[in-house]
Design a protein around this ligand. Structure first.
Ligand SMILES: *[C@@H]1O[C@H](CO)[C@@H](O)[C@H](O)[C@H]1NC(C)=O
Ligand SMILES: *[C@@H]1O[C@H](CO)[C@@H](O)[C@H](O)[C@H]1NC(C)=O
Ligand SMILES: *[C@@H]1O[C@H](CO)[C@@H](O)[C@H](O)[C@H]1NC(C)=O
Ligand SMILES: *[C@@H]1O[C@H](CO)[C@@H](O)[C@H](O)[C@H]1NC(C)=O
Length: 495
C-alpha cells in the first residue's frame, strides 16, 4: 500500500465506523414497566394492574408494576441518568389511565397532566428531546370492560386520547408513536394470551384487534395532520417489533417461509401503511383456512376502500424494535410452530441452540439480522425514514455486563454497516432500556436495563452498569470502540 491508498484506507475506516453527525441516540422505557404509582393521585386502573392483581401466578415471579422503578416519584433522578449518559432523546410512554382514569374523555386527571408536563419540561431544559409513545400496552380498565381492542369502538376513544395528548404536550413533543408493537398487543393479548388481557381467541381476537389498531393509528395520524401539524411541526409514526426471519435452508420453499413470516409479523402493519391493505399472502392464507374451517367469512376482516386509503401513507417514520432472528421452514407436521407467529402463517421457525442465548427464551443474540431487516425494510417499503425505537439484551442483572457490552458493540456495528454501506435511512437508535424494570410476564427476572435498579431498596436506587458507560462513549465519540473499558470495570472478553 502506498501512502495515498493507506491514507484513503484509514480515512475510509474512520468514516465507515462513525455515526452520521445528525444521528440521535436515546433510551426507551414504558409507563407500566417503570412508573409505579399505580393508584396515585387520581390514576385509574389499567389492564396490567387488573391482570397482575387478578392472576398473580401468570407473572413468573408473582410480582407486578405497583411500584416498579417508582419513576412516578423520580423524574429528577431519571432525567439526571439520561443527562449523565449523554442521551439526545428519551422515549417514554404515557399511561392512558393517568390522563383519563376510566378511559372516558370527559374526565381528565390533572395530576397525570402535571406528571408528564414536569417530565417533558425537565427533559427539554436538559436538552433531551422527548419521544412519546401514546400506547405501550396499558389500556384503561374501563375500555377493556367495553371489549378492549377487538371492539372497533376503541378507535374513537384512542383518537380522543391522542387529540388530548397533542393539545396538552404537542407544543413541546415533536415525535409521537401511536402504538408500540401492535403484533404483541393483538397476537399475545387476544390470540395467544401471553400478555394482558390474556385472552385466547386464537385466530379471531388478533385480527379484530389489528383492524382497530390500524384504523385508530391512521385516524390519529390524520387528526394530527389536519389540526396540529402546521403549527406544531411534529412527526407521527408507529413502532413495530420485527424479528428477522432467515430461510433455514437453500431453496424456494424456505425463502417463501421466511418471507411469509416477515409479512405475518411485520407486514401485517407496515404493508397497510406503506403499500395499502394487508399483505396479499396474509389475505390469501387466512381466507383459505377460514373457508376450510367452515367460517362464513374470512377471519381477517376486510378494510373498505376508504379505510385502505385512510391508512396508506400514515407514517412520518418507521419505528423499529429489533432484538433477534429465527430460521424458517415450510410447516412440517412434526414441527412446533413458532409462538411469535399466528398459526395461519403455516410456517415453522426456530433458533438453533448453538446461538448465544439471553435471559429471555424468545431471544438469541443475532446482530447480523439487524442489517438484514434494515435492508429488507429499505427494499420492501422504499427506504423509509427509520427510527430504531428499541434494541437490547436481557441478563440477570450484573453490573459488569460484558454480554450486553458486546451485544451493543456488535448490533451497532451492523446498524452502522446498514447506514454506511447499504444506504439505509436510519436516523436514530434507542437502547432498551434505561432501567431494569418489570418485564411483563417475566416479572423482574429478566433485566434489560443499562442501569441496575435495586428492587429491594424502597428508594429503588439506580446504578449505571458497564454498558451505560460504553454506550455513553459511543454517543460521545459517534464511534464504536470494542476496546473501550470504562474506569472501575475489567476489560470484557471479545464476543
Ligand atoms: C394504593 O395501593 C396500595 C397497595 O399497592 C394501598 O396500600 C393504598 O392504600 C392504595 N392507595 C389508594 C389511594 O387507594
Ligand atoms: C367443514 O365442513 C365439511 C363439510 O360439512 C366437513 O367435512 C369438515 O369436517 C368441516 N371442517 C371443520 C374444520 O369443521
Ligand atoms: C402448509 O404447508 C404445508 C407444507 O408446505 C403444505 O403442504 C400445506 O398445504 C400448507 N397448508 C396450508 C393450509 O396452506
Ligand atoms: C439493595 O437495597 C437493600 C435495602 O436498602 C440493601 O440492603 C442492599 O445492600 C442493596 N443491594 C445492592 C446490591 O445495592
Amino acid at each position: 500500500m502506498n501512502f495515498v491508498t493507506l491514507t484513503l484506507f484509514l480515512v475510509y475506516q474512520v468514516h465507515a465506523l462513525s455515526f452520521p453527525e445528525n444521528f440521535k441516540f436515546g433510551f426507551a422505557t414504558a409507563s407500566y414497566q417503570i412508573e409505579g404509582g399505580w393508584n396515585a393521585s387520581g390514576k385509574g386502573p389499567n389492564i396490567w394492574d387488573w391482570y397482575t392483581h387478578t392472576y398473580p401466578t401468570r407473572i413468573a415471579d408473582l410480582t407486578n408494576g405497583d411500584v416498579a422503578c417508582d419513576s412516578y416519584h423520580k423524574i429528577a433522578t431519571d432525567v439526571q441518568l439520561l443527562k449523565n449518559i449523554k442521551a439526545d432523546f428519551y422515549r417514554f410512554s404515557i399511561s392512558w389511565a393517568r390522563i383519563f382514569p376510566n378511559g372516558q374523555p370527559n374526565n381528565i386527571n390533572p395530576d397525570g397532566v402535571r406528571y408528564y408536563n414536569e417530565l417533558i419540561n425537565l427533559l427539554l431544559s436538559n436538552n433531551i428531546k422527548p419521544i412519546v409513545t401514546m400506547y405501550h400496552w396499558d389500556l384503561p380498565l374501563g375500555l377493556h370492560q367495553l371489549g378492549g381492542w377487538p371492539n372497533i369502538a376503541l378507535v374513537d376513544y384512542f383518537v380522543d386520547y391522542a387529540d388530548k395528548l397533542f393539545s396538552l404536550f404537542g407544543d413541546r413533543v415533536k415525535t409521537w408513536i401511536t402504538f408500540n408493537e401492535p403484533s404483541q398487543i393483538c397476537e399475545f393479548g387476544y390470540s395467544r394470551g401471553f400478555l394482558a388481557p390474556g385472552y385466547t381467541q386464537l385466530g379471531i381476537g388478533n385480527y379484530m384487534c389489528g383492524r382497530t389498531l390500524l384504523i385508530a393509528h391512521a385516524k390519529a395520524y390524520r387528526l394530527y395532520e389536519k389540526k396540529y401539524k402546521q403549527h406544531q411541526k411534529g412527526l407521527v409514526g408507529m413502532t413495530v417489533h420485527a424479528v428477522w426471519f432467515e430461510p433455514a435452508a437453500e431453496g424456494k420453499t424456505y425463502a417463501e417461509a421466511a418471507d411469509i413470516s416477515l409479512q405475518f409479523m411485520f407486514g401485517w402493519w407496515e404493508h397497510p401503511i406503506y403499500k395499502g391493505d394487508y399483505p396479499p399472502v396474509m389475505r390469501k392464507q387466512i381466507n383459505y383456512l377460514s373457508a376450510q374451517q367452515n367460517f362464513t367469512k374470512s377471519r381477517l376482516p376486510y378494510f373498505t376502500k376508504d379505510e385502505i386509503k385512510l391508512i396508506k401513507g400514515t407514517a412520518d417514520f418507521l419505528g423499529l424494535n429489533y432484538y433477534t432472528s429465527f430460521l424458517c421452514s415450510p410447516l412440517d407436521s412434526s414441527a412446533v410452530q413458532n409462538p411469535l407467529l399466528s398459526p395461519d402463517s403455516n410456517v415453522t421457525c426456530y433458533q438453533p441452540s448453538s446461538w448465544q442465548s439471553t435471559a429471555s427464551s424468545w431471544m438469541k443474540v443475532t446482530p447480523w439480522g439487524f442489517r438484514k431487516i434494515l435492508n429488507w425494510i429499505k427494499k420492501e417499503y422504499g427506504n423509509p425514514k427509520v427510527l430504531v425505537t428499541e434494541n437490547g439484551y436481557s441478563d440477570t442483572g450484573e453490573l459488569q455486563d460484558c454480554n450486553r457490552v458486546n451485544f451493543l458493540n456488535d448490533y451497532l456495528t451492523e446498524l452502522l454497516n446498514a447506514i454506511k454501506k447499504d444506504g439505509c435511512n436510519v436516523q436514530g437508535y434507542a437502547a432498551w432500556s434505561l432501567l431494569d424494570n418489570f418485564e411483563w410476564g417475566s416479572g423482574y427476572m429478566q433485566k434489560f436495563g443499562l442501569h441496575y435498579v435495586n428492587f429491594s431498596d424502597p428508594n429503588r436506587a439506580r446504578t449505571p452498569k458497564m454498558s451505560a458507560y460504553v454506550l455513553r462513549n459511543i454517543i460521545k465519540t459517534k464511534k464504536i470502540d470494542t476496546t473501550f473499558t470504562p474506569q472501575g470495570f475489567k476489560a470484557c472478553p471479545p464476543s
